[in-house]
Design a protein around this ligand. Structure first.
Ligand SMILES: N[C@@H](CCC(=O)N[C@@H](CS)C(=O)NCC(=O)O)C(=O)O
Length: 228
């Protein structure tokens, strides 16, 4: 049965930008599961069973939360390539996800949140600005870093542990990608879609990013961005 994936969309519904949805999209591709994509805008939250994305509908099962979805997909489809190999793989992906949340996400927000507010439809934008400003306790214009070169430097500093790791290992998961890779990739793809490519081409992370972008028939690489 085809899984339905609800993805956060801009006013131009081709632009899919949520960091968490990117994790789930990559997870579904990794598992080789059939899925169909449904655009979802913030204003749609009152009309759907789910109030957050990513959301998947798999037969009678509806799930939100990218982490729970990844665990569900491995449990439900153990014969398909695993995202996390047992408790060890889960702990490893959780470690990477927590490093992302504490060291990378805040800087990524200073690059992506403001552009997002300009790309979504007016009704969604009003809701988005109000809720994000309440969450961060700051105006969106203050969360945004006016000096995007400084933001890029801060991002690279936050990712130093991954840059070092990818100097010795092809993927964060080892010889092939695991859910650990998709947790970081989702955040970088968010910036890539709404603003610019946030990684230096000649860095280990830059090469790794291109590799992930090109996986599964170049699914991520082919995704529309603000640059076309
Ligand atoms: N921890 C959740 C976070 C998901 C999340 O924050 N989703 C946002 C979009 S990026 C959302 O659906 N927001 C709905 C809203 O703010 O009403 C996950 O990993 O899935």
């Amino acid at each position: 049965m085809t899984i339905k994936l609800y993805e956060l969309a801009a006013e131009n519904k081709e632009l899919r930008f949520s960091p968490f949805v990117w994790r789930t999209r990559m997870a579904l591709l990794h598992k080789g599961l059939d899925f169909e994509s449904h655009p979802w805008q913030f204003r749609d939250r009152t009309e759907t069973d789910h109030k957050m994305v990513p959301a998947i509908y798999d037969g009678d099962t509806m799930m939100t939360d990218s982490w729970e979805i990844a665990k569900y997909l491995d449990a439900q489809y153990p014969d398909k390539p695993l995202l996390m190999n047992g408790a060890e793989g889960e702990a490893h992906a959780l470690l990477v996800s927590n490093i992302c949340n504490t060291q990378v996400f805040g800087t990524a927000a200073s690059m992506a949140l403001y552009p997002v507010s300009k790309l979504i439809d007016a009704e969604s934008a009003a809701y988005f600005v109000e809720t994000r400003e309440a969450k961060f306790g700051k105006k969106l214009s203050e969360i945004n870093n006016d000096d995007q070169d400084a933001a890029k430097t801060a991002l690279a500093k936050g990712m130093a542990v991954f840059e070092a790791t990818l100097g010795a290992s092809k993927f964060l998961g080892g010889d092939s990608p695991t859910y650990a890779d998709y947790t970081l990739f989702g955040i970088l793809k968010w910036i890539d879609v709404v603003a610019y490519r946030p990684v230096a081409e000649d860095s280990n992370i830059g090469k790794w990013f291109d590799t992930l972008d090109g996986l599964y028939g170049g699914n991520a690489a082919k995704a529309p961005t603000v640059r076309g």
